[in-house]
Ligand binder design. Structure first.
Ligand SMILES: [Zn+2]
Length: 126
């Protein structure tokens, strides 16, 4: 073990690219340790002002070895034991990224979970 401990990563609040379905998408990231943290995602449906939908996810990297990218488990609404868990594969090439949520399964061109995680990785928050 090294005695050199990297500084704790800071929280990140940012917007990600809007899509055809969502006029605005934004997230807040609170890191909890290496590969872990709490993600709050808010999306606003196009053409419906004030229609914000927010979900909170407990994020944990699985450390599966894949040279193409990183795998994360997203436990939706951590206080609700019946809530869904999504598996997100965030690839270096965004076209290869996959998510097990409904949007990801339906072959949507973009997925808010992989888009947010990929933005956090780009900003060195994960
Ligand atoms: Zn997803």
């Amino acid at each position: 073990m090294s005695v050199l401990t990297p500084p704790a990563p800071a929280c990140i609040t940012a917007d990600i690219e809007p899509t055809g379905s969502y006029a605005r998408r934004a997230y807040h990231w609170e890191p909890a340790g290496p590969g872990r943290g709490r993600l709050t995602l808010t999306v606003w449906k196009s053409g419906r002002p004030g229609s914000a939908e927010t979900a909170v996810y407990e994020v944990e990297e699985t450390h599966e070895r894949d040279p193409r990218g990183r795998v994360f488990l997203l436990n939706k609404n951590p206080d609700d034991p019946a809530a869904d868990t999504y598996e997100c594969f965030v690839a270096a090439d965004p076209r290869l990224s996959r998510c097990s949520c409904t949007g990801g399964n339906c072959g949507a061109a973009t997925d808010k979970h992989t888009d947010a995680l990929s933005d956090i990785i780009r900003r060195k928050g994960l």
